[in-house]
Design a protein around this ligand. Sequence first.
Ligand SMILES: NC(=O)C1=CN([C@@H]2O[C@H](COP(=O)(O)OP(=O)(O)OC[C@H]3O[C@@H](n4cnc5c(N)ncnc54)[C@H](OP(=O)(O)O)[C@@H]3O)[C@@H](O)[C@H]2O)C=CC1
Length: 278
Amino acid sequence: MKKELGIIGIGNVGSMLLHKFMELDLVKEENICVANRSFEKLDSLEKKYKALTICKSNEELVQSCDKIMICVEPLNLPRVLKEIKPYLNENKYLMISTSMVAHKDLIKFHNGSITIFMPTLISMVNGGVTIACHNENVKDDEKKFFEELMANFSEVKVMGEEDINLSQNMTASFPGFFAEIMLEFVKSASKKSKNVTDEELEHMLLVSLLGASRLLLEKNMSFEETINRVSTKGGITYEGVKVFEKMLPDVFDAALNASTGRYNVITELASKEAKELL
Ligand SMILES: NC(=O)C1=CN([C@@H]2O[C@H](COP(=O)(O)OP(=O)(O)OC[C@H]3O[C@@H](n4cnc5c(N)ncnc54)[C@H](OP(=O)(O)O)[C@@H]3O)[C@@H](O)[C@H]2O)C=CC1
């Protein structure tokens, strides 16, 4: 009997999605099948979720279900698509967890329903934004399935493919950027600290950050308004803010240029790989 959903690639993203579906009881264990390149990860899943269907190959998975999430690295994606291509037809709905393989290349393998999405590991704790881009073949019930499913643990933002490269810096890449920025903040503070440990500095930052996000979202306060409220002219915060204002634009421009540039390089490489495989 056919299963409701299949997941190819049980890495960070695939396992996060699988665990969310199980934890929130969104898809029944017996209705999911999974496949992964190496079998070690599948062995541990098999022990944890007894009713899960473990497929020996991607081809087997695609024959077992019509809704398929593919969560492999962009440069491995063309090979996976080539493997499953013979089993794809108009009933198959592919949800691909990377936008770094262009839609023009994806349709060389599957000329049917495709949703490109960029999840975020923030969703492990029920939050963050999932970016999604549906192609013109995605039917209303498929859109509903995907968006309602992901909305259980993230905010779903639908946009055009051309906007994903930049936007994913604010969502999928954000935990990494944020961690690096906070790490540097703690390192600077640590140099000046007398008795407060790095762990205590980090904890205070994280609690403040959580509260600051809630304050801005719940009170609908803009960044500018918050700066004005916290940094009175001549005060201590004001002096710090002036330094950030002067130095951060170059840092953020450079980081975004580096990230979006690398995205374009990976997209090109994946496109070349797709051409070679066909
Ligand atoms: N990590 C993140 O925060 C985000 C990631 N993404 C995107 O999601 C995708 C997955 O990322 P992530 O989970 O971090 O990557 P991982 O490297 O953690 O996981 C990739 C998984 O895909 C499996 N895989 C690779 N090739 C194949 C294949 N031919 N057949 C079956 N399985 C295969 C790997 O198996 P094996 O065990 O053998 O290595 C691995 O388990 C990427 O395209 C990434 O760009 C998007 C948004 C956020």
